[in-house]
Design a protein around this ligand. Structure first.
Ligand code: TK8
Length: 340
């Protein structure tokens, strides 16, 4: 029995050593790193919740060696300029909407088509499925890796001139839009004077009446305090903006496989938190924005249908630049998800 006990102890010690060595060698693949990530929003935005979860995950998996270091309020650049820095390798990461990148990757424009998604379930299914993978596969060619799809959200319209109750109410409103041809065309077609502008300039443009209105998800309207300079909020829900979690390919290619896998796994952990908090906050936004003095209105179904009908032409006008493959893939996925 004594012999058996000793050999069992020896086996136990060997097993323990083997596991410790394996864990050690796995963590040995991690170098001390601190990845800077650029955000256009402020740290109280749900992007902060997502990055906190992602960072806790990378620290846990790397034995404290891999840190995520967020920068806020466009301090490292706006969506487009920060993405350019990520492409050159002078910045590690950026959380950006797809819209400003359409000049670099035209097929991303599919997500800017008005009324494409009807709800978050559809958006998640498309982005987290084969369509999202198809778009992600196009990004290394322009120097970035998409770690996961996070959420900007459904976009609604604010302005300082009038409640928008029908299509004609857009007429003459100077509307800030994201810097891409699809948003410019959509709001021109609705009758607005569309003014493309980086996100970081929007508050002061609204305050100085350089523009009358803008359109963004609820959490951005709250986070950027647009309610201080906008009287009217109309629940148009006219587009859904995804958020890319872009990592520099130049830096990515220097990482060990374990480090790359950890970044992707932890970006997915961050995604679940960020979407959850974004949706929880959005559910309270209308009440919050009313309490800040905004006059909130919905558009009647009949008038909404007229706006939808008016914006249908955008699909035809921009199909060529977006590309048949992207449109066929996303519309096919939507038909499948909707059981059509
Ligand atoms: C933040 C932007 C913002 C977007 C916009 O960096 O520009 O209006 O909705 O979320 O990406």
């Amino acid at each position: 029995m004594k012999l058996f006990k000793n050999s069992r102890t020896r086996f136990g010690a060997l097993a323990f050593t083997a596991i410790a060595l394996a864990a050690g060698s796995a963590q040995a693949q991690f170098q001390e790193r601190s990845f800077k990530v650029s955000n256009g929003v402020s740290k109280e935005h749900p992007m902060g919740n997502g990055l906190a979860k992602m960072g806790a995950c990378t620290l846990a998996k790397s034995g404290g060696k891999m840190k995520i270091q967020p920068y806020w309020d466009g301090s490292l650049g706006n969506d487009l300029t920060a993405t350019q820095s990520v492409r050159t390798g002078s910045l590690d990461m950026v959380l950006t909407s797809t819209a400003p990148l359409v000049g670099i990757v035209p097929s991303l424009g599919v997500f800017d088509l008005p009324f494409l998604f009807g709800n978050e379930t559809e958006a998640d299914a498309v982005l987290d499925g084969k369509a999202g993978d198809w778009f992600a596969a196009k990004l290394p060619a322009v120097g970035v890796i998409n770690l996961a799809w996070w959420e900007n959200g459904f976009r609604h319209t604010t302005n300082s001139k009038r409640p928008i109750t029908k299509a004609e109410d857009f007429d003459g409103v100077k509307m800030r839009v994201m810097q891409n041809t699809i948003f410019i065309d959509t709001f021109k077609t609705l009758g607005s004077n569309a003014v493309p502008m980086a996100f970081s300039e929007v508050y002061s443009a609204l305050e100085t009446k350089t523009v009358d209105g803008q359109e963004n998800p609820f959490t951005n309207i709250e986070n950027m305090k647009f309610y201080e300079v906008q009287k009217y909020l109309t629940l148009t829900k006219h587009a859904y903006s995804p958020t890319l979690v872009l990592f520099s390919k130049k830096i990515w290619d220097t990482l060990a496989p374990q480090e790359q896998a950890t970044l992707k796994e932890c970006a997915a952990v961050g995604r679940e938190e960020q979407r959850k908090v974004n949706r929880e906050l959005s559910a309270k936004s209308v009440a919050n924005l009313k309490s800040k003095g905004m006059l909130v209105n919905e558009i009647s179904p009949a008038e909404m249908q007229r706006i939808r009908d008016k914006s249908k032409v955008i699909y035809e006008r921009h199909a060529k630049e977006i590309g048949d493959e992207a449109i066929t893939l996303v519309s096919g996925e939507l038909k499948r998800i909707r059981g059509q």
